[in-house]
Ligand binder design. Structure first.
Ligand code: AVJ
Length: 326
């Protein structure tokens, strides 16, 4: 027999999303964490961003990996059998390149994508096992920003951990240092970490990459409000906010903000809140740190890795850096 259980409205008030929104909107200036972008619609919008003419990051890193996959694997495997893990696996187009190159060397490969979204992982597994014969996909559902644990590689096996796509750029310098230390602690001597970072470049290139002509990045930024309407019974009007992309030279980062067009009041039902925005008041939604050449190597060293090689593109816009767990 079905039981009718009264559902208190506060049920929504203690989710991870609710906690993040409560903390972020109460702070001055207001902010929301960038992981909130990636609901289903947001993940789709991000995939669209990666194909925009202005968003050079994905294309540039892809070209670096395409040109150097052989050398990357030779440096990593050094004759041993390799298995590849990846943080924040997403849709994994760039990864395919490395997987295919590894399978060419050793016939088969164990690939362990790590993500918070089980759905994303299952989609990736189905696609990779269909498209890359020889790949066995073992998804790990984990929020790597909290805790992070890998079983040790089998004897005679080496692990390559991928942290590409400039995902590390979303973290504050102290947080990324801490994360790299945690990654190092999960690896054994002989294992490696491949880190992709976006480099400082001409400001106008950066501004266009984060404020494209087609408005996809604006939609990606505002989708966060749509998500809060749905998940926290809020009544944000996305059209009442403007997408802003700003270069912050002091902190060497691109910032995204949502700026209130007018004074307005927004209800967040699940929190029992009414939030007042002044005209021009902003919500800071993302930092994307941009690095100097040599900086990724320094961060790797600091975390206990030995920087083994760095690959970049002819314009010097992006760097892929291999750190060995010495
Ligand atoms: C996925 C964090 C690398 O910072 O460039 C794209 C996300 N934000 N456009 C980035 C993003 C705006 C992206 N990362």
């Amino acid at each position: 027999m079905a039981l009718a259980i009264p559902v208190p409205t506060e049920l929504h008030a203690d989710t991870k999303v609710a906690r993040a929104v409560r903390a972020g909107l109460a702070s001055v200036p207001r902010r929301l964490p960038p992981w909130l972008f990636y609901d289903e619609a947001g993940s789709r919008l991000f995939d669209e961003i990666t194909e925009l003419p202005e968003y050079y990051l994905t294309r540039t890193e892809h070209s670096i990996l395409a040109r150097n996959a052989g050398e990357i694997l030779a440096l990593t495997a050094a004759g041993a059998r390799l298995r590849i893990a990846e943080l924040g696996a997403g849709s994994a187009a760039k990864t395919r390149l490395l997987l295919a190159a590894a399978i060419e060397r050793q016939g088969t490969l164990l690939y362990e994508p790590i993500d918070i979204s089980l759905t994303a992982l299952l989609v990736a597994r189905a696609r990779i096992e269909r498209e890359i014969p020889g790949a066995r996909v073992c998804p790990l559902v984990m929020d790597y920003t909290n805790g992070f644990a890998l079983d040790p590689a089998a004897p005679g096996e080496r692990r390559l951990l991928l942290y590409i796509g400039s995902s590390i750029g979303n973290f504050e310098p102290r947080e990324s240092a801490h994360l790299l230390h945690k990654l190092r602690a999960q690896l054994q001597s002989g294992d490696s970490l491949l880190l992709g970072v976006d480099l400082v470049k001409d400001e106008s290139v950066l501004l266009h990459a984060y404020d494209d002509a087609a408005g996809v990045t604006a939609a990606f930024n505002k989708n966060l409000l749509v998500r809060l309407n749905r998940e926290l019974s809020a009544d944000f009007d996305p059209a009442a906010f403007v997408h802003r992309a700003v270069w912050n030279p002091v902190h060497s980062r691109m910032e995204m903000h949502l700026e209130s067009r007018a004074a307005q009041q927004v209800r967040i039902g699940a929190l029992g809140w009414k939030v007042e925005f002044d005209a021009g008041e902003t919500i800071h939604t993302e930092n994307s740190y941009k690095f100097q050449p040599g900086q990724a190597e320094e961060m790797l060293k600091e975390a206990g890795f030995v920087p083994a090689a760095t690959w970049t593109d002819p314009r010097g816009w992006f760097a892929v850096c291999l750190g060995q767990a010495g």
